[in-house]
Design a protein around this ligand. Structure first.
Ligand SMILES: Cc1cc2nc3c(=O)[nH]c(=O)nc-3n(C[C@H](O)[C@H](O)[C@H](O)COP(=O)(O)OP(=O)(O)OC[C@H]3O[C@@H](n4cnc5c(N)ncnc54)[C@H](O)[C@@H]3O)c2cc1C
Ligand code: FES
Length: 291
């Protein structure tokens, strides 16, 4: 991260992909050589992105860190919601935006239970993504696919509201075509072009087999989806420590200074945004929220 935590790096938009009617993926290339040499990140981390003259908002990094060499650019996938995200959607290739980060913890450190990637040895990763929850998972999925020798078997379940709401359409096809990747997707409501599954993402669990002791599940999506997916995983006897998800909170500083993202005694921006279900249950109990 920058020595001055509030000072963004300058980046130029080098590519924009329209994923759905209200979601775009932006490639942001760092301008300064020194930043390209030193910037590193891990799947699950996020950045604060500033649209100059409008404001700043947090986004998970949706690209995967290169196996070796420097980080020339990162990608973020953004749904147009309010002032900053709509302003981002109005920008074009060549425009400049600010990037602060990388911020927060990461999937592998939480999933590895303090041992990092080592703690995942022999485990089968199971990804469950809903709608715009796929971007942070995509970073980890591609990271693991780059290391197939360690993670030969991966299961990916993806659910979207309609076929038009699916993000990364060409990448989904590539994942589905890979050997020893179990890839299943569904939409809540189909249309005349859709020949796949129709129903909630939790229904896809009926089509897979899980060895609970050897599973580590990464779950991202709308809160209601996360709730029901976690219930299903618990029913299947996946341990609470092996169910990993992310929390979204209104954030300002992103670096543990302003208190905006506090839950109980934790800051989502620095202690999270990635938590195991065991940690989430404790947090919600402390903050008085319903687990
Ligand atoms: C760690 C983290 C990672 C995120 N990753 C992504 C991502 O990869 N892609 C993406 O599209 N979005 C992501 N978000 C959400 C994104 O930050 C918000 O959509 C964005 O801040 C909205 O800013 P805005 O100025 O456009 O909207 P505003 O004008 O500030 O608000 C528009 C509406 O969105 C609601 N809102 C704003 N921020 C949040 C929030 N954090 N949680 C719930 N509701 C909110 C507001 O209450 C309001 O109703 C992430 C959030 C966090 C905390
Ligand atoms: S956003 Fe400021 S403390 Fe977390």
């Amino acid at each position: 991260m920058s020595a001055q935590v509030y000072l963004p790096y300058l980046t130029r938009i080098t590519d924009i992909v329209e994923e759905t009617a209200d979601v775009k993926t932006f490639a942001l290339a760092f301008l300064e050589e020194q930043v390209k040499e030193t910037f590193t990140y891990r799947p699950g981390q996020f950045v604060e992105v500033s649209v100059f003259g409008v404001g700043e908002a947090p986004f998970g990094i949706s690209s995967s860190p290169p196996r070796e060499g420097r980080v020339e650019e990162i990608q973020i996938t953004v749904r147009a919601m309010g002032s900053v995200t709509q302003a981002l959607h109005r920008l074009s290739v060549g425009d400049l935006v600010g990037v602060r980060g990388p911020l927060g913890n990461d999937f592998l450190s939480v999933a590895g239970g303090g041992q990092g990637e080592e703690g995942l040895k022999g485990k089968r990763p199971l990804f469950v993504g809903g709608g715009i929850g796929l971007p942070p998972l995509r970073s980890l999925i591609n990271y693991l696919l780059d290391r197939r020798e360690k993670y030969p078997e991966i299961t990916i379940l993806y659910g979207a509201r309609t076929p038009g709401d699916r993000v990364y359409k060409s990448e989904l096809k590539e994942w589905a075509a890979k050997e020893r990747i179990e890839f299943l997707e569904t939409v809540d409501v189909g249309d005349e072009t859709w020949e796949g599954n129709v129903g909630l993402v939790t229904e896809l669990f009926d089509q897979i087999e899980i060895d609970p002791e050897n599973t580590v599940a990464f779950v991202c999506g709308p809160p209601i989806m996360i709730h029901f997916v976690i219930l299903r995983l618990l029913e299947l006897k996946v341990p609470e420590e092996a169910i990993i998800s992310t929390l979204e909170r209104h954030m300002k500083c992103g670096v543990g200074k302003c208190g905006h993202c506090a839950i109980g005694h934790k800051y989502v921006c620095t202690d999270g945004p990635v938590f195991s279900y065991a940690q989430l249950r404790e947090l919600q109990w402390q903050s008085g929220e319903r687990p």
